[in-house]
Design a binder for this molecule. Sequence first.
Ligand code: ADP
Ligand code: MG
Length: 372
Amino acid sequence: MEKCHEKVIFSHLCDSNFTLRIMFEDKDARTELSKLGEFGLIKHLAEHIKLGNPSSVKGIGDDAAVIQFENGKQTVVTTDMLLEGVHFDLSYCPMKHLGYKAVSVNVSDIYAMNASPKQILVSIAVSNRFSLEAIEELYAGMLLACEKHGVDLVGGDTNSSRSGLIISITAIGEVDKNDIVYRSGAKPGNLLCVSGDLGSAYLGLQILEREKKIFMENPQIQPDMEGNDYLLERQLKPEARKDIIEQLKENGIRPTSMIDISDGLASETLHLCTESNVGCRLYENKIPIDQIAMLRAQEFNLNPTMCALSGGEDYELLFTIEIKDHDKVKKCKDVIIIGHITEKAEGANLVLTGTEMLTPLTAQGWDALLKK
Ligand code: ADP
Ligand code: MG
């Protein structure tokens, strides 16, 4: 029988909660899922799950969870599925990180509506390749992210899978009717803003793929992750930007449109423009790219701007604000203005650094990342 996550191929990552080790699964510590059965597993997992939000009326244990938000609040619901071999690779993604990421990417969608996540439902499909200990790690990661975002895990579903691991998470959030932000509200003259930095998660993935390849060819060679902690964290343990939503609120800014960056800056900017029926001008020299990301991109012969535009998985927030909020947004930490919204007829354009030439923004595939 295949074992689960036999080898995590690198030695460490800085965050103390998430020490990555070269892990050879300890046979003694392996409890077969078949020993517990579906109900035993659910019961076991539920023992560690506590409810914290007043709106979580009933969690795990009945036919359905019960949720009650205050009057006047709207409910925001989103779901995302992660498939082994498509969205994650267990040879370098530890189960705890995977759990954390699965929750992060879901609550990120809730924040992108300017809402607060409150509950999640977690559905998993697992094969007997996984031990109880591996599933416990997955849930430990999920619960850590839940704690960080003030979210209750209120239910889910458990199934067996004949192939890889499948994780599907549904997140539920609440928002005041007047605060909700859609993709469709951007207007000409609005400023285009983004949080954090972009392209790092994609470069983290490139490093992991490179080291995996080397490791597969020669397991004696220790993976070289030196100096790449930040990029690896961006890939393996993305943070949904709760802090940005809070700062916007504190500074009295209600974005006119917003989206989270899962597929790359270009693709998400185009979504905002299409949904809002507008054009935009995005300045290449304003795109935030981390220094290490810049260096690694060059080593991989990738264009750093293209990594930011088309790399994806950064889970930052992209939003537009009215020009009157310019001074307020300047007070927000880790947010910068990267362009502005124009009339639709002007198109969605990137202003190239140096030449000031305009080039139409396009959502490109992976090939586009290669340096010309
Ligand atoms: P049903 O047969 O009605 O689908 P289940 O036995 O699947 O009921 O689920 C029983 C309870 O356990 C429900 O509250 C459900 O939401 C919860 N649950 C099932 N699987 C999971 C899981 N993987 N994670 C969290 N809660 C779960
Ligand atoms: Mg069920």
